[in-house]
Design a protein around this ligand. Sequence first.
Ligand SMILES: Nc1nc2c(ncn2[C@@H]2O[C@H](COP(=O)(O)OP(=O)(O)O)[C@@H](O)[C@H]2O)c(=O)[nH]1
Ligand SMILES: [Mg+2]
Ligand SMILES: [Zn+2]
Length: 287
Amino acid sequence: MKGRITKLIGGLYTVRDESNKDYKVKARGKFRHSNQSPKVGDLVGFDEDFIMTLEDRRNNLNRPPVCNIDQAILINSAKEPEFSFNLLDRFLLLIEHESITPVVIITKIDLLTESELTVLKNKMKYYEKFYDVYFVSSVTMENTESLRKIFEDKVSVFAGQTGAGKSSLLNALNPEFDLETNTISKALGRGKHTTRHSELLDLFGGLVADTPGFSKLDFFDIKVEEVPDCFVDFFELSHECKFRGCTHINEPKCKVKQEVELGNILSSRYHSYKVIREEIKDTKIKY
Ligand SMILES: Nc1nc2c(ncn2[C@@H]2O[C@H](COP(=O)(O)OP(=O)(O)O)[C@@H](O)[C@H]2O)c(=O)[nH]1
Ligand SMILES: [Mg+2]
Ligand SMILES: [Zn+2]
């Protein structure tokens, strides 16, 4: 049989076959000895008891441990925690680096005044040239209906910092998920589903994984030379830079810098770029 791994808890895999039937199976011993053990998202060949074969992966995330992802749904809070363009750019870099398509969602818009929301929407127009952007609230349910269409026939992961509102949004989209929210209060020990194990949930004709979120983002896997290509807006302009392999820092006749000066590129975006580059350079020296 052929299917996709949708869940892994304590060595027991749930594999869904092509007719949407779920099987609980284990991995063959040989996988333990290879460096590739099956994980959530894998396309596998299996029988009633065991996973026998693994198909090549299109992409592969370690946090959360999910592979073969079609898109990353990047959740940013409009407030609490405060919206940050720098954080948005950092997440976009990580997702682009994995060659996964990002979808940008700004949630908790109920916490903004009308004029604050207008300001944010205007700035986000820049990102809308490159990405799909949605403004929603899991409390008032504003615009949550518009998210329905993004999940169909896709494997998605929710990404974003801790407290951004990922689990709340998933619960708002399907209350049956009953995912634990506000994990800081986990000490209360309520018996809710946690996001510690990885699982693909059914949502609007697709599959989606919640993630525990990140408190800090590191760029261990990214080389400084890779950063320009992961800023898609810069990448699109780079063929108009005078020099091939332009880093858009000190080179003369750099199209990116020209567009920043003309105000066609958000200055915060260029600032993020410079800061992240420096950070990656520093990290490489230290380790
Ligand atoms: N006002 C408001 N609060 C929200 C919204 N979404 C989430 N929250 C709150 O934000 C906190 C963190 O949410 P949670 O879903 O656990 O974030 P996660 O860590 O990204 O999964 C919780 O206290 C939620 O009640 C929203 O749309 N509006
Ligand atoms: Mg959560
Ligand atoms: Zn340049």
